[in-house]
Design a protein around this ligand. Structure first.
Ligand code: HEM
Length: 323
């Protein structure tokens, strides 16, 4: 069993010592999260511009439009996760990539089959699903290469990436996109579910935000601090060492438990309470160190636009929704 790191101080120490704690924890290609420096640095530099202010500025009206449509078409009674959170996450990620809406249904089906196979530990089906995902993606890459996508779309920009003059292989591109889309869907959907449930149960914060929407980012980060949308990530010890007086052998793989670290009572007084006055620097929602989430500006934009729409939505409250 992989040791689980739950204390905030220990997680922070590991995140800031990438030379001692490697991200190479699996034989599967994972760009850039499964890489260490200097390879990690090269790929990280390639992907960061996809989350810059200009890209997000261009994406914002598209996002607002899809959120408006989603709330407009929401039945009076709805199930938060399946009728609001997943559709939002899926539509937002597809729109960000610039993909046609037809792809949403194929991806949703893929995710449902993947969840089932993963819960059953069915490795053969998971291998097959990975191959199907690659096929779906390579088809879009080829469409982008033949000019079917606008030149400034994220997918077009991706297929034109190169390192030291060499274009990225489809294998690397698929790995990057897997992380941005199906890899993040669950996280965004969990975040949306947590926000809806929290604001449903907390009238005071809801009213404060309705009157001062500029505080949405701050409030969302605090809500998600104690409702971790992402469970964990892993690290591998590069050399033998000691942690809290315990010997750790080289190659030990540990699990960083984001939810536990972000509710560590040594750092957060009344850790499961929403508080406006906490120091945002203690919040590990998006990680820290060289692997800190590069998609955080996109995630914050998506959650802000979603929360703005939620706060002004008038239909029956989701707490009464049928499953
Ligand atoms: C609420 C939403 C999100 C949360 C809570 C979240 C959280 C995190 C965390 C904690 C890490 C650090 C992992 C580690 O240290 O091993 C991370 C890394 C990463 N995230 Fe996010 N993330 C979110 C959304 C996104 C989105 C929307 C994207 C892209 C579309 C994204 C792309 C990535 C990538 C590529 C990495 C790996 C970075 C690296 O290894 O250098 N994330 N995320």
């Amino acid at each position: 069993m992989s040791p689980v790191i739950r204390k905030h101080a220990d997680v922070v120490a590991i995140l800031h010592a990438p030379e001692a704690w490697s991200n190479q924890v699996s034989s599967h290609l994972n760009v850039p999260n499964g890489m260490d420096a200097p390879e990690h640095t090269r790929y990280r530099k390639l992907i960061e511009p996809f989350f810059d202010a200009q890209t997000l500025h261009r994406f914002e009206p598209v996002l607002k439009q899809l959120v408006t449509r989603l709330f407009r078409d929401l039945p009076e009674e709805f199930h938060v996760e399946s009728e609001l959170a997943y559709p939002f996450a899926l539509q937002a990620q597809c729109a960000f990539m610039g993909w046609p809406r037809e792809l949403e249904a194929a991806l949703l089906q893929w995710i449902q089959r993947q969840k089932k196979a993963s819960a059953a530990g069915d490795r053969e089906t998971m291998r097959q699903l990975a191959a199907e995902f690659s096929q779906l993606m390579v088809a879009e890459f080829n469409r982008a290469r033949s000019g079917e996508y606008p030149g400034d779309s994220v997918t077009s920009r991706l297929v034109h990436l190169s390192i030291e003059g060499e274009p990225l292989s489809d294998e690397y591109l698929v790995s990057i996109v897997r992380n941005w889309t199906v890899g993040e869907l669950g996280t965004i959907a969990n975040a949306v579910t947590a926000i809806v449930n929290f604001l449903q149960a907390n009238n005071v914060v809801r009213k404060q935000l309705q009157q001062a929407t500029e505080h949405i980012d701050h409030a969302v980060d605090e809500i998600l601090r104690f409702n971790a949308p992402l469970a964990s990530n892993r690290r591998r010890a590069v050399c033998p060492m000691h942690m809290r007086g315990q010997a750790v052998e080289a190659d030990t793989v540990v699990t960083l438990d984001w939810g536990a670290a972000n509710t560590d009572p040594e750092v957060f007084e009344q850790p499961h309470q929403f508080r406006w006055d906490r120091d945002p620097r203690d919040n590990l929602l998006y990680g820290a160190g060289i692997h800190v989430c590069p998609g955080a500006p996109l995630a914050r934009l998506e959650l802000r636009v979603f929360t703005q729409a939620l706060l002004s939505h008038k239909t029956r409250s989701p707490a009464h929704a049928s499953p």
